[in-house]
Ligand binder design. Structure first.
Ligand code: FPP
Ligand code: MG
Ligand code: MG
Length: 342
């Protein structure tokens, strides 16, 4: 993973393919792209947990066990699967740069956000640039069906973010929950699902295994976001390295408050007006903390962890990493606070 992080930064810092003859003022363009590249590598320099590439590489290993006879866990990972792991982190980071603009967020990973340091306009372009570099890495794989599967992630991220921004104000509780889960798939789980599917495709797995790999990532991604939404209520900004209790302030009704509204229907009014009246955020926070919303959110995350876990043991008998994956599930499902989350 350390290498992967270095390889991502290298791909960000690579020279543009335009030759010096094609550009009129070489010096100006060189300085310009140098600044852009420095800004683009900023979040990668801050570290991050590399959770998406971790899962992608583990899934690569699991799939190779199925398709490659005599495969041992010590074999080198396939270069194209490794590229998918890189791309998963690059798309994720590009989306965080844009997300911090949309959320007007000032801190991430314990440091000022790109928008806080360089302003919104530059941040939008930085996100675009990271996405462009991710596209180049992706295209180097040279497998159109895999490239198309990964491109789906970007479309889903945009769709999810748009659903979050434009939630119709008046929805019945059941529809509202459905809307939240669909949005969560687009916003978070699609990246896990399609990255897992892509490495299964590259391993030459049949369609059933590709589908299982997708479902595995989908369940894990849903669990991940559910815990993230829970942490927004219970963790401090210091632990998260980004603003806490931000969802209510942004007008967002996530799983804990949606569950709390079952027992405290007075929340419905606040949800529908997106917590915008004076005192709404404080009132909702108090009710959620005193409700079973957080516990029920954790339970739902746990169910998705188990659903993911149930997908692999059928065909992978001896897998060192599966035990590690189970370990990750346990962390996700049983401990609210852990360093895996950002
Ligand atoms: C973090 O959510 C944000 C996302 C998971 C996705 C954001 C997607 C976009 C901005 C669409 C554009 C996408 C690309 C690829 C350029 P959050 O705000 O709930 O989490 P946070 O607390 O970490 O900010
Ligand atoms: Mg956001
Ligand atoms: Mg955000």
């Amino acid at each position: 993973l350390k290498n992967l992080q270095i390889d991502i930064i290298t791909s960000i810092l690579e020279h543009s393919q335009i030759s010096s003859q094609q550009i009129s003022s070489k010096t100006t363009v060189t300085n310009f792209s140098k600044n852009l590249q420095e800004m683009a590598k900023y979040y990668f320099d801050q570290g991050g947990k590399l959770f998406r590439p971790t899962i992608t590489l583990l899934m690569s290993d699991a799939c190779s066990q199925i398709t490659k006879p005599n495969y041992t866990g010590d074999d080198l990972i396939d270069l194209n699967q490794y590229r998918i792991a890189m791309v998963s982190e690059m798309i994720h980071t590009a989306s965080l740069v844009h997300d911090d603009v949309i959320d007007e967020s000032g801190t991430r990973r314990g440091a000022p956000t790109v928008n806080a340091r360089w302003g919104n306009r530059q941040a939008v372009l930085v996100g675009d640039f990271i996405l462009a570099r991710a596209t180049k890495v992706l295209c180097s794989i040279g497998e159109p069906p895999v490239i198309s599967t990964m491109a789906e992630i970007v479309e889903d991220l945009v769709q999810g973010e748009l659903m979050q921004l434009t939630l119709p104000p008046e929805l019945e509780p059941v529809q509202r929950f459905q809307h939240y889960m669909t949005k969560t798939f687009y916003k978070t789980a699609s990246l896990f699902a399609n990255s897992c599917k892509s490495v299964a495709m590259l391993a030459g797995c049949d369609e059933k295994v590709q589908k299982d790999a997708f479902e595995y990532g989908r369940h894990l991604g849903l669990a991940f976001q559910l815990v993230d939404d829970m942490l927004d209520y219970v963790a401090t900004s210091e632990v998260l390295g980004k603003p806490a209790a931000s969802d209510l302030k942004l007008g967002l009704a996530t799983c804990p408050v949606l569950y709390a509204a079952h027992d405290y229907p007075e929340l419905n009014q606040l949800i529908n007006r997106r917590f915008k009246n004076d005192g709404d955020v404080e009132k909702a926070l108090k009710i959620v903390i005193g409700s079973r919303g957080l516990e029920k959110t954790k339970e739902l995350a746990k169910e998705h962890c188990y659903a993911a876990a149930s997908l692999y043991p059928h065909y992978i008998v001896q897998c060192e990493y599966c035990r590690f994956l189970t370990f990750i599930f346990k962390i996700i499902s049983f401990h609210g606070y852990c360093t895996i989350y950002e």
